[in-house]
Write a protein that binds this ligand. Structure first.
Ligand code: UD1
Length: 418
């Protein structure tokens, strides 16, 4: 068990290079199981979600080796279609492998997935989609069992635009016989990136980024060298942290286009933001003003993965804010922790009512999930005095070299054993 020890109060200055998107890399790793060709992913982040996904690929019989920041995968030796519970529980994205495994082996057996405890997170839409492609599904003793004679393209209407379900169906459809049309598909940039990857290995996918995705089944796939898009949530976390601490930070290798909703809100708060090619420059020089209301929505709305961070920022702005979480049921677990730091927040149903205070005060707090944990670190960096953030393994799931990057910007943060 490790913790962060943070002495707050330093402004942040300098530049930080944004990693490749966790939520792009994970489904692409699942997609690599579809092909016997060699796949090289560039600039892969050093995060435990990726390490766990690699462990799963190795358990399936794939070869996966890091060469610096690059990851080389060869699935030609894959010979196993079962993901045991100890691996699946570490990582929700293991569920993406259903689509790939059933495509490759016509069989898959996966323990119900784990991941952040942020709500019910059912997989009914993933399973309903796979059934429409001809997969028989049974659930037994905590395992999902899938089998089919063959996969056949079909029209699938998602009840809600689930990111994971859209990706899983895309993966299952790539080598299905005929055409699959996914209606009410999620429109997140990571879906467009998955399409770009699949097409780079020879798939025929169109429409990602819109609500209708068409997958024309192909017989064979090859290899590729591929650079995933930059991580909009890591970028957003650094923008919010700078807004909270004050200072001026340049994000390198960032994609402002994918962060429009956050940039809009931060400008409303009073931050100065410039965009130059793949750089986003944020300057925050005075106490900011609260935004009145924020509601999380599927892309291009405000991302649920930045809800905790923006709420923490609102806690130290002038005025009152209401932040509503529409995607996940229990994504306010960080609120009692922020209260220990002096925040004035009340949660009623799906909304957090925030009255801005002058400053956070240092405290010992516990990270309960990935993004809530990042929000607590940002609050501690902005706080007066010393804080400790416990259970940082949650943060390690999604932020590579987090404390190094923050220290380079002037944050006083160290990792320590508990
Ligand atoms: C992905 C992201 C996660 C992000 C989320 C929403 C990855 C690895 N994770 O998660 O970081 O917070 O998108 O942007 O990419 N739902 C169902 N049935 C299903 C599937 C989903 O009801 O079968 C519901 C969920 O409970 C939730 C909503 O749909 O309320 C959105 O979930 P979804 O888009 O599927 O999120 P994930 O793919 O799990």
């Amino acid at each position: 068990m490790e913790k962060y020890v943070i002495n707050g109060g330093n402004k942040l200055y300098g530049s930080v290079k944004i990693q490749s998107a966790k939520n792009s890399v994970l489904p692409i790793l699942a997609a690599a199981v579809l092909t016997d060709g060699e796949v090289t992913l560039l600039n892969v982040p050093e995060i435990t979600d990726v390490k766990n996904m690699v462990k799963i690929l190795v358990r399936l019989g794939c070869k996966a080796n890091f060469s610096g920041d690059n990851l080389i995968i060869n699935s030609s030796s894959a010979n196993n279609f079962e993901i045991p519970s100890e691996l699946a529980h570490e990582l929700r994205s293991s569920v993406f492998l259903l689509g790939s495994l059933v495509s490759r082996f016509k069989m898959a057996k996966i323990a119900f997935p784990g991941g952040c405890d942020i709500g019910l997170r059912p997989v009914d839409l993933h399973l309903a989609g796979l059934k429409r492609l001809g997969v028989e599904i049974t659930e037994k003793n905590g395992y999902i069992l899938c089998k089919c004679e063959k996969l056949t393209g079909n029209e699938i209407m998602l009840d809600c635009p689930s990111v994971g379900a859209t990706e899983n169906i895309m993966l299952a459809a790539v080598k299905a016989e005929g055409v699959t049309i996914i209606q009410n598909a999620a429109r997140e940039p990571e879906i467009t990136d998955l399409q770009r990857f699949l097409n780079s290995i020879g798939a025929k996918v169109n429409g990602a980024g819109s609500s209708t995705i068409t997958v024309e089944g192909v017989k064979t796939l090859g290899g590729a060298v591929f650079r995933p898009i930059s991580d909009r949530i890591e970028a957003g976390t650094f923008l919010v942290a700078t807004a909270m601490c004050g200072g001026k930070v340049v994000l390198e290798c960032a994609c402002a286009e994918n962060l429009i909703s956050l940039i809009h809100k931060l400008r409303e708060n009073g931050c100065k933001i410039d965009i130059k090619n793949d750089k986003i420059i944020l300057e925050s020089s005075r106490r900011l003003t609260s935004v009145k209301s924020i509601e999380t929505q599927p892309y291009p709305g405000f991302p649920t993965d930045l809800q905790a961070q923006i709420t923490a920022l609102c806690c130290i702005c002038k005025g009152q804010s209401i932040i509503t979480e529409n995607l996940f049921e229990t994504r306010f677990k960080y609120v009692p922790e922020l209260r220990k730091m002096g925040a004035d927040i009340t949660v009623i149903n799906r909304s957090a009512f925030v009255r801005g205070v002058d400053k956070f005060k240092g405290a010992t707090v516990v990270a309960h999930d990935l993004r809530g944990g990042a929000a607590l670190v940002s609050a501690a960096l902005a706080a007066e005095g010393k804080s400790e953030v416990l259970d940082i393994s949650h943060i390690d799931r999604g932020y590579g070299r987090f404390e190094y990057k923050l220290r380079d910007l002037g944050g006083d943060i160290v990792r320590a054993a508990v």
